[in-house]
Ligand binder design. Structure first.
Ligand code: GLC
Length: 547
């Protein structure tokens, strides 16, 4: 929603000297070509419980040709085309390469925005973990995996830092929200400062970073066939540490992950405190990715066992309680309240009067979605793009639910897409509600939203590339002309965001990824997981084909 924050970069981390670590040693060139065609097997839970000793591979049956690297300035994807690439593609690659960040001569990431015109750089000159994901996918699809490997290793080293906020020590597994490389031209040294939330506005911990890291590790492995990275003791430990943070026992009665507001993509108050859909979907996906990559050795085994249990409980909870379609809405509308005991239908005691007016008009007869949040006596009915798309990609959504989510996007195109794909959240909060929920945040004003980037992949997975094409056509009329803004404003997204940075890397990379994915849908495998048959939903109704 916002345009970043007034944070100054400084790190209070005590830094063990890990920066002397020579990245190049770890950079044994991944085996491209033949081995690139092999990939992780999405192990089903049954296989997992049998126990495999090492990460397994499978042969891809379908043709998978990520294209050999054809020189730094020539995107492999456009040379591979049988048709003329859109002129924007070359421009986008140039812009993406301009955003590269180097550490001791090696590319390790991309900065959030390369906007020299903006007076306020804030932390937009940093490499954000979440922002790097679309860049990483673009590089992987273009046959340039080294930068992704460097990034994964660099952030892994940062995880090992001792992290403190004031006098409080953060969990070992926490991954940074962002990092910055400081070049000293005189001493010719590079050092890194990282932000784990101790510099961030509101001091929020980036809960999403660790999940993105695991998801990216799998994407790298799937794309290159190079399993040595995921199998290395460092990466195995990194995964275990991230998951230990989320799988530890507490006072929870739900399998979902309790989070502070602003803990992920919308890194400011947006009323997502509780169990935000985005984090739950990323959590689910990271658990599934990790379960495929963790070794069944002494340390990994226990972790895998907790993952399997959590996946079962999480998918049941999400598919049952977060899912909303016409019929479910009608049921909630007629809920009785104050029910006690196991037989309660209205388990969370949701008071029907708390259902917002807009949702009755918004809900089409055909379609459905995972709502924003579910906790005692509170359902946030807002629609969030990222959580729903990740639910499709990770198969948290059943095939029927995935179809229903796409139906909803088609039915509510004007509201959700408008003139600029795609709103990250619908509807906007206004007036008094905005004051209460965001704490009067001027960066979070109504109808001022980020673009979502992950959904073309979800369109392809659900067999609707035409919707992605339609959205990309819209984007192509403006993105380049407007200087790749961070987001658009207005109900239809007609205006360049008030505080949007220009040359925002995720707008550039998101466009490239969408283009390459449409050209060669086999890229989808990098960020998509097939349905696990053993996680079949226990609920009978998952989509609404009738009103
Ligand atoms: C803003 C966004 C956040 C993003 C960062 C860098 O703070 O809210 O999602 O990661 O900018 O682009």
């Amino acid at each position: 929603m916002d345009g970043g924050g007034m944070r100054k970069v400084s790190s209070h981390c005590s830094i063990p000297e890990i920066d002397d670590f020579d990245l190049s040693k770890l950079l044994d060139k991944p085996r491209l070509n033949i081995e690139r065609q092999r990939s992780f097997d999405e192990r089903s839970l049954s296989e997992l419980s049998i126990g495999l000793n090492r990460v397994s591979v499978e042969n891809f049956d379908h043709i998978y040709s990520p294209g050999a690297r054809s020189g730094l300035d020539t995107p492999a994807s456009s040379t591979r085309n049988s048709f003329e690439p859109h002129p924007m593609v070359a421009e986008a690659w140039d812009a993406l390469r301009r955003s590269l960040v180097h550490f001791r001569g090696q590319p390790v990431g991309t900065i959030a925005a390369y906007d020299h015109a903006s007076e306020e750089v804030l932390n937009y000159d940093q490499v954000f973990v979440r922002d790097f994901v679309p860049s990483a996918l673009a590089f992987l699809m273009n046959g340039e995996p080294d930068i992704v490997k460097n990034f994964l290793l660099k952030t892994l080293q940062l995880q090992a830092w001792e992290k403190t906020v004031d006098r409080f020590k953060l969990g070992k597994g926490a991954m940074p929200a962002s990092f910055k490389v400081l070049h000293d031209p005189v001493r010719k040294t590079d050092t890194i400062v990282a932000d784990f939330g101790e510099s961030a506005i509101g001091r929020v911990a980036p809960v999403d970073s660790g999940f993105w890291w695991i998801i990216l590790l799998r994407a790298y492995t799937k794309s290159t066939g190079d399993m040595s990275l995921a199998e290395s003791p460092e990466c195995q430990k990194g995964m275990r540490l991230i998951l230990t943070l989320c799988l530890s026992e507490g006072f929870d009665t739900f399998p979902t992950l309790l989070c502070a507001d602003g803990c992920s993509m919308i890194d400011r108050r947006m009323g997502v405190y509780g169990y935000p859909i985005e984090i739950q979907a990323l959590f689910f996906m990271a658990l599934r990715c990790a379960s495929a990559m963790l070794k069944h050795d002494a340390e990994g085994k226990e972790c895998i066992e907790s993952i399997v249990k959590r996946l079962h409980a999480l998918s049941f909870h999400m598919r049952s309680y977060f899912w909303l379609d016409f019929r479910q809405l009608n049921d909630i509308y007629r809920y009785k309240t104050e029910e006690y005991s196991h037989t309660a239908v209205n388990k969370f005691n949701v008071i029907p009067d708390s259902i917002p007016e807009w949702v009755f008009d918004f809900m089409p007869c055909r379609g459905g979605y995972f709502i924003g949040n579910v906790s005692p006596a509170r359902m946030d009915f807002r629609w969030f793009a990222l959580g729903n798309c990740v639910a499709i990609l990770s198969s948290l959504a059943t095939p029927e639910q995935s179809m229903a989510i796409m139906d909803l996007i088609e039915e509510r195109w004007e509201e959700l897409v408008g003139e600029m794909p795609l709103k990250i959240c619908y509807p906007a909060i206004e007036n008094h509600e905005w004051r209460i929920v965001t704490g009067c945040d001027p960066k979070n004003t109504r109808w001022s939203y980020h673009n979502g980037g992950s959904w073309p992949a979800a369109c392809i997975k659900t067999g609707r590339p035409q919707i992605a094409r339609r959205a990309i056509d819209l984007a192509e009329t403006r993105l380049l002309k407007d200087g790749w803004p961070e987001y658009y404003d207005g109900k239809l997204g007609r205006f360049i965001g008030k505080q949007a940075r220009k040359f925002q890397t995720w707008s550039i990379a998101g466009y490239l990824v969408a283009k390459m994915m449409l050209e060669d849908p086999s890229h989808l495998g990098m960020i998509s997981l097939e349905e696990d048959k053993l996680m079949k939903p226990l609920i009978k109704r998952s989509s609404s084909w009738t009103c």
